[in-house]
Design a protein around this ligand. Structure first.
Ligand code: FPP
Length: 236
């Protein structure tokens, strides 16, 4: 089976999942966090090596204080206590995004989960938190500019080399999944998604279970990726 090495998910639709049931939006985020825990383990079982997820964008700070506070408290709870299964599975958890604007207790929980799982090697769960794709490219460009100032020779600098300047030095994304029915990227991992396949579904994230994930893997398996070239049959 042709399994994507790096899968990314825009976890959209938590709020609608909750309001459809007459619940507060926060209940959708809680349910979404349970879905994420199960999916991270399932993805590794299916042979995926890296799962990147959009947990909180730099723009999500525009939401109500109540919702932002709920999400931050949920991240803390998940990182401090609920990620035990993920740790036992051997998954290394890394957090991508800008640390400024984050509460001190959130940064502490990020450090705790990264430290606790740093030697795990079964797979990587990359959680994008206070994350923006354009911001990641800008932050990388600033680091590169500093290296150039310190004497780095960029005569033969390649697009692969720029990956070292992103928040995590992960390989390109093979498959992007967006739940919740919208057809947009919302400033998510713009550099890493350059050659990705896209899978859009109306399913709301809390309902995106293992069988829904497998449908995306099935679509990927039957996709002919050409990276701008021709496939083997056409070439011959
Ligand atoms: C978008 O749905 C979802 C979010 C902004 C938050 C996603 C967070 C989780 C799934 C929890 C993850 C937990 C951890 C520990 C990383 P929305 O609220 O915009 O949904 P809507 O479009 O229906 O309003």
């Amino acid at each position: 089976m042709n399994v994507p090495k790096h899968v990314a998910i825009i976890m959209d639709g938590n709020g609608r999942w909750a309001t459809n049931r007459g619940l507060k939006r926060s209940m959708g985020h809680l349910e979404g966090s349970k879905t994420l825990e199960k999916l991270a383990i399932h993805a590794i079982d299916m042979g995926v090596k890296i799962l990147s997820v959009y947990a909180f964008s730099t723009d999500n700070f525009k939401r109500s204080k109540e919702e932002v506070d709920y999400l931050m408290d949920l991240f803390i709870k998940m990182f401090n206590t609920k990620f035990e299964k993920i740790n036992k599975k051997g998954i290394k958890v890394v957090i991508s995004g800008r640390k400024e604007n984050l509460r001190a207790d959130v940064i502490e929980a990020i450090n705790t989960i990264e430290e606790k799982t740093k030697n795990n090697s079964a797979g990587i769960l990359n959680i994008c938190l206070n994350y923006g794709g354009q911001e990641e490219i800008i932050d990388g460009a600033i680091k590169l500019a500093e290296d150039i100032k310190n004497g780095l020779d960029i005569k033969n600098f390649t697009k692969e080399d720029f990956y070292h300047y992103l928040y995590q030095d992960l390989p390109p994304i093979d498959l992007l999944i967006r739940t919740g029915g919208e057809l947009r990227l919302s400033n998510f991992m713009l550099y890493e998604l350059s050659y990705s396949e896209f899978y859009f579904t109306n399913t709301l994230f809390p309902d995106f279970d293992k069988s829904e994930f497998n449908k995306a893997l099935f679509m990927y398996e039957h996709t002919d990726r050409r990276f701008g070239g021709l496939n083997v049959k056409e070439n011959n």
